[in-house]
Design a protein around this ligand. Sequence first.
Ligand code: FES
Length: 149
Amino acid sequence: MIQLTINGKAQHVDVAPDTPLLWVLRDSLQMTGTKYGCGQGLCGACTVHVDGEPVRACSTPVSDVVGRRITTIEAVDGERVGKVVQEAWRKLDVVQCGYCQSGQIMSAVALLTQNRKPSDADIDNAMAGNLCRCATYVRIRAAIHEAAK
Ligand code: FES
């Protein structure tokens, strides 16, 4: 049995230590807000926070996050920056199909937590690992600036 702290709550899961965190979230805990895209750490759809840092859940063995603070899209609005980012996303109507947006928001929140006034270059750099097939990149950048106001 593995004990994790997810969104401030203790969770116990019976999985192999090398199971990707993404499968623990989605299959063991039915927390399906975190999405599966590529499964290879390339698209960013599965981004969660571990101790406040953006991490690809698909390529993170669950044993690596024992004793660490895991935050998912389900709870990111419980933090001030997360709430502001989600409001900006809604205000600027960022989402098109929506599939990648959990990961986009998690990366944006991590950026704005570390950098309250990011430049376009800072945003592009921080968000480069989050792909969007609908190409909402311009609205994502605008929403990050909106959230930084
Ligand atoms: Fe994890 Fe693509 S599903 S990076």
